[in-house]
Design a protein around this ligand. Structure first.
Ligand code: SAM
Length: 205
């Protein structure tokens, strides 16, 4: 069976490729590989997210479902430029994705990125910022479970930004987030571009 991008250990050979991509407002060289999400370019949804998020707040930052790392690299470059004290976490179930993210972070001088499997983030870590292009294709139940695991780990006053294609159910996901989050985790749409919605979830201060 062909690998999905969310396979834990892709069976296909890791055909690596070097790309020049724009992240954090700079053109940088990164390494990607087959068996991970969007290996040939920064995905359009990811680009929409990065174009609509404010700079990350100081503290712990999470890239939920990091792939080869464009989101956490963008956050790290922006944080370094602004002198923001960030501790960068990137989680993915795909081990090839984690290795690429870690290598790309080191190559860009962002050595402090912890690219780990989801269960390896210490349970007391609370995030001031979460950015994610979440894996919609895993199915609604898994996606809801994933968001129910990570959004409650926002610090008080923290914010999560998620990008979801309208045709893949962004509006119904927002409805679910509003219902589930209630007053403590208010959710709303903050941008709409190129067929994608950017959704924001805050944790009350
Ligand atoms: C849509 S891709 C986005 C990848 C990358 N952030 C980007 O923007 O190119 C979603 C990622 O979530 C990962 N993923 C799937 N299930 C996951 C889970 N339960 N926990 C963490 N990551 C997961 C997939 O392996 C995939 O790399």
């Amino acid at each position: 069976m062909a690998d999905h991008y969310f396979t834990a250990a892709p069976a296909s050979a890791a055909e690596q490729r070097e790309l020049i991509v724009q992240v954090g407002g700079r053109d940088v060289a990164v390494v990607t590989a087959s068996g991970v999400f969007s290996p040939d370019h920064v995905d359009t949804g990811t680009r929409v997210l990065l174009d609509h998020v404010p700079d990350p707040s100081p503290g712990e930052f999470l890239d939920l479902g990091c792939g080869w790392g464009p989101i956490v690299l963008d956050a790290g470059i922006r944080g370094a430029a602004a002198g923001t004290d960030l501790r960068l976490w990137a989680v993915d179930v795909n081990e090839r994705a984690r290795s690429l993210t870690a290598a790309n972070a080191v190559a860009l001088g962002l050595g402090s990125v912890h690219a780990v499997e989801p269960g390896a983030v210490p349970s007391d870590v609370r995030f001031s910022t979460i950015w994610s292009n979440p894996p919609i294709r895993v199915g609604k139940a898994v996606l809801h479970d994933m968001l129910s695991t990570w959004l409650p780990r926002l610090a008080h006053g923290g914010s999560a930004y998620l990008v979801v294609a309208k045709k893949l159910g962004a509006d119904s996901l927002l409805k679910w987030l509003i219902e589930e989050g209630g007053d403590e985790f208010p959710a709303r749409r903050v941008a709409n571009a190129k067929g994608f919605r950017v959704l924001r979830v805050d944790r009350s201060a």
